[in-house]
Write a protein that binds this ligand. Structure first.
Ligand code: UDX
Length: 440
């Protein structure tokens, strides 16, 4: 029996990075997922998600034989540490995170795990969930003395592997000291590097995850609101952000003004935190306000575009560059770009979109996803930049000048070089700037 082998249950985004990361340390990792198609792909070294460096990293751990894949959790019966990274989608009915996948995974693990095994929850779960899972295990599997640990992840899409290997902290929460130490041991590779480890109870650990994401979402929303002010009173939001971010108490990150936060985490986690607060009678007023401002931001952006286009979007062609919720990912979940596409279609515009990797289909005859930027710009009365892909930043838009109906651009990510030669011939509006480059 390999006493120290580790099992990862649920190899979606978080689970797969965790599994490949731990396997890269030379630890033996068994991956379990109910999706047979996904497991078959992974066995062949093909990641089911787009993530920088993941394919190479996966193939090296497969070659090193430190990782294996199965659909049957019983094959992990020798493991003494189980990471659970199944989804916790928001229930449309209640706004709470749905825990059915997690509960089913923990029960399945408990049935096969050896005595004294540790189950570490990587999924983001409402505060109190791990304590409830522990109570249930103590009741239903008392003889096995299983311990629940909360070990939240802080990976960003697009840099997830880099984030795994360079964590700023590791949070391990449990009622059991030996269980905390078992999880800590799996991260022993970080010990020499002095990465801070926060050892706590499960509630503290669960709260850290929500509070971190809510704080970052608040920071983004704050700069977006200041950006609106700058557009009206004059100035430049990047300089304002730099001017405040150099104060080390504030810090420079998450101060890029844009179309509002999106993705699979911030919208879901802020909503969950607000719901948890209400349920416990401790309303999270700041977070609730942040959610409201962020939701309405996409609508305000559309109004601004409408105004620039002479109030009529109906029948006009609009090129949308970027569909992913941010650059370097193919993820369109809660993407501001996608909401803006929907809103444009509702207003009667014809939308031609381009994204280097993200795919988004909508059954609407006025929508087309194009194969190139030039194709998307064909006949456009407005070019909207919705995602900060590097290739948009360096693109020479003089190439599309003969194609567009009007040289008007709205840069929601502030990435185009407004000092470039081509820019002098375009009407360029940007988020967070009163400056409007108009000529020609
Ligand atoms: C986030 C957290 O950063 C990560 O720690 C957690 O584990 C999961 O959620 P991710 O969703 O991948 O990661 O995206 P992130 O890079 O944090 O961006 C979130 C959203 O905020 C994006 O829509 C992004 O465009 C927006 N954002 C971020 C800004 O608008 N401005 C900024 O300055 C930073």
């Amino acid at each position: 029996m390999q006493a120290e082998s580790i099992c990862v249950v649920g190899v979606g985004y978080v689970g797969l990075i965790q599994a490949v990361g731990l396997a890269s340390f030379g630890l033996a990792v068994k991956c379990v997922d109910l999706d047979a198609g996904k497991i078959a792909k992974l066995r062949n070294g093909i990641p089911p998600i787009f993530e920088d460096g993941l394919e190479d990293a996966l193939q090296s751990v497969i070659a090193a034989k430190t990782i294996s894949f199965t659909t049957d959790v019983a094959e992990a019966r020798d493991c003494d540490l189980f990471y659970v990274a199944v989804g916790t989608p928001t229930s449309e009915r209640t706004g709470n995170a749905r825990l059915d996948y997690l509960e089913a995974a923990v029960s399945a693990i408990a049935d096969v795990a050896p005595v004294g095994a540790v189950i570490a929850v990587k999924s983001t779960v409402p505060i109190g969930t791990c304590a409830a899972l522990q109570a249930r295990l103590d009741r239903d599997h008392a003889d096995k003395r299983l311990a629940i640990v909360s070990n939240p992840e802080f990976l960003r899409e697009g840099t997830a592997l880099k984030d795994f290997f360079n964590p700023e902290r590791i949070v391990i929460g449990s009622a059991s000291e030996s269980a905390r130490q078992r999880v800590r041991e799996s991260y022993a590779a970080f010990d020499q590097r002095g990465i801070p480890m926060i050892l706590s109870d499960t509630s503290t650990s669960e709260t850290i995850k929500y509070a971190a994401n809510a704080f970052l979402a608040t920071k983004v929303t704050f700069i977006n609101e200041i950006s609106d002010l700058v557009e009206t009173v004059g100035g430049d939001i990047d300089d304002v952000a730099r001017g405040i971010g150099l104060d080390s108490r504030i810090g420079p990150q998450f101060l890029r003004a844009g179309p509002g936060y999106g993705g699979s985490c911030f919208p879901k986690d802020t909503l969950a935190l607000a719901t948890i607060g209400r349920r416990h009678g401790v309303q999270q007023q700041i977070v609730e306000t942040v959610i409201r401002i962020n939701d309405s931001r996409r609508f305000h952006i559309l109004k601004r575009i409408e105004l620039a286009m002479g109030d009529k979007l109906s029948g006009k062609r609009v090129a949308v560059l970027g569909l992913a919720f941010k650059a370097n990912t193919d993820d369109v979940r809660d993407s501001p770009a996608v909401d803006i596409v929907h809103a444009l279609l509702e207003e009667g515009a014809e939308v031609r979109a381009f994204d280097p990797v993200a795919k988004f289909t909508v059954d609407h005859r006025a929508y087309q996803q194009c194969e190139s930027m030039a194709d998307a710009c064909e006949g456009a009365s407005a070019v909207l930049i919705a995602t900060e892909w590097a290739q948009f930043r360096s693109f020479d838009f003089s190439a599309v000048e003969p194609l567009v109906a009007r040289r008007y651009m709205f840069d929601m990510r502030r990435i185009v070089d407004i000092d470039a030669d081509w820019a002098s011939r375009w009407d360029i509006e940007r988020i967070g700037s009163s400056l409007k480059r108009a000529s020609a």
